[in-house]
Design a protein around this ligand. Structure first.
Ligand SMILES: [Zn+2]
Ligand SMILES: [Zn+2]
Length: 205
């Protein structure tokens, strides 16, 4: 197997997931300071209902209304994924009281701490996790197989333009390696702080 072949071991076994963006992330300056919103994504695959990164958002009520708009009450969410540990992607986890929480090294279920490596961990037949360190050492990406292709929720990019050099990255080479792995499989990328995009030759590696 050559280095440029698709990373098949990262792909979900099925393509039955539905992916909906509940809140599109951003970073912007305003007169009262810097506003940071994290992208919040809903993935439904059979009985598995996943929230990837519960935010920071400007309004928790608006986030729950967006979820209800897809017919999902907050207590029906079965799983929350933290793409990494920064607060702009984690602070609202308690909005989903029935959910297990997944990060790079464990699953948290009530007061149960279940250690495991996120790489290749499955949440459902069409949803898997991939270890993608680079923005931080704790980054993971959520890979969803859908009838329209493979969707990737990740903070390896803040938005479609990168930034090419992530100012937070402790190791830009590791970030580049993670980005290449994701680009091997992604049809659509849902980044941490911007609109979803279809990667092309201009996508920072
Ligand atoms: Zn971050
Ligand atoms: Zn962020």
């Amino acid at each position: 197997m050559s280095a440029d072949m698709p990373a098949d071991n990262a792909l979900p076994a099925a393509n039955t997931a539905a992916v909906r963006i509940l809140h599109e992330g951003y970073v912007r300056e305003a007169n009262d300071g810097e506003h940071v919103g994290g992208t919040v994504t809903l993935i439904v695959d059979g009985d598995t209902v996943v929230i990837v990164d519960p935010g920071m958002v400007s309004s928790r009520d608006a986030l729950l209304s967006a979820l209800a708009g897809h017919g999902v009450p907050a207590d029906a969410v079965t799983d929350v994924v933290f793409s990494h540990h920064h607060p702009d992607h984690t602070v609202n986890a308690a909005l989903f009281p029935g959910a297990r929480i997944h990060d790079h090294w464990a699953i948290y279920d009530g007061d149960l701490w279940i250690s495991r490596d996120a790489e290749g961990a499955g949440l459902s037949p069409s949803v898997r996790l991939m270890a993608t360190p680079g923005h931080t050492e704790q980054d993971i990406s959520t890979i969803a197989g859908t009838p329209e292709g493979v969707y990737v929720c990740t903070h390896a990019w803040w938005g479609a333009d990168g930034p090419a050099e992530d100012p937070f990255s402790p190791d830009q080479a590791r970030l580049s390696a993670s980005r290449r792995r994701l680009l091997d499989i992604a049809t659509v990328i849902i980044p941490g702080h911007g609109p979803s995009f279809r990667p092309d030759d201009t996508t920072p590696r």
